[in-house]
Design a protein around this ligand. Sequence first.
Ligand code: SF4
Ligand code: MG
Length: 334
Amino acid sequence: MTPVLEVENLTKHFPVRRGLLRRQVGSVQAVTDVSFAVAPGETLAVVGESGCGKSTTGRALLRLIEPSSGQVRLDGESVTDLGREELRQMRRRMQIIFQDPYGSLNPRMTVREVLSEPLLLHGVATARTLDAKLAELLQLCGLSSFHAERYPHEFSGGQRQRVGIARALATRPRLIVCDEPVSVLDVSVQAQIVNLLQDLQRELGMAYVFISHDLAVVRHIASRVAVMYLGRIVEEAPAAALFARPLHPYTRSLIEAAPRPSPNRRRLRAPVEGDAPSALAPPPGCAFHPRCPLAIDRCRSERPALRPFDGARVACHRAEDAPPAGGPAPAEVQ
Ligand code: SF4
Ligand code: MG
């Protein structure tokens, strides 16, 4: 199937300037050579620790941040080459939901105003059909006309995120980038919002790029998972395969560190050991080597390429040594 989204060698390096003359002294390598594709109607999760470049990637896809280089195509059409007006048109087909629904909604606008803007701007509704379109949109997202005349501060976090979702859906996009859409919500509300996103996807068929650091949520929603470390994808695989047999040592430590979803296993495991090194001066060779229990000499000097492996892609010299699937679940190892 033709992908709805294709990303090729997406790179974003932020210059670091110092001194009176603001001379460039280096660059933060936020995102480097990220490539992936998303099929219509699927959910690709992008996971990793904070600062790994996943939000920068999400924003660069829509050019909310201008990429340094690389290509992004939506339905085969280049996003990276668009002029300002064409970019505005394109945003009808590619939308974003942010982590903090409060920060992303204008507090001086009612929900009606927040939602009318994209409906009218992109010609989804006319003045005559606006009320009907609004009602339809609110209902899709589990809200009602009662909410339309209210302001964001009158809502709970979950309701605000429903408004954020409604705003993204207003233009019936082909793809929505969801940037940690539930991470500031209470756990009980998280499930409702994740289920809403899934229901909407089943009904409307759009694809998601779902950015998250929460593997329990990702396990629930993703069809495929891309794992990022220091600005690069280090593993990408179908979700079931990735959780059954993670190939990269970093993916394994993320999964082992994640709290188990089962209520009987509340024991938290230690997070991934060591601090993530700085994206200003990534280590030579494999960027994960200072924290990797499997590191060998080669890892300190030679950066592993992202290569096809067993139906997945992995950037590790020792992917062949990954434990086979079906071993004891990490939580059962005492
Ligand atoms: Fe560890 Fe080496 Fe694989 Fe990097 S390449 S993850 S250091 S084994
Ligand atoms: Mg982020």
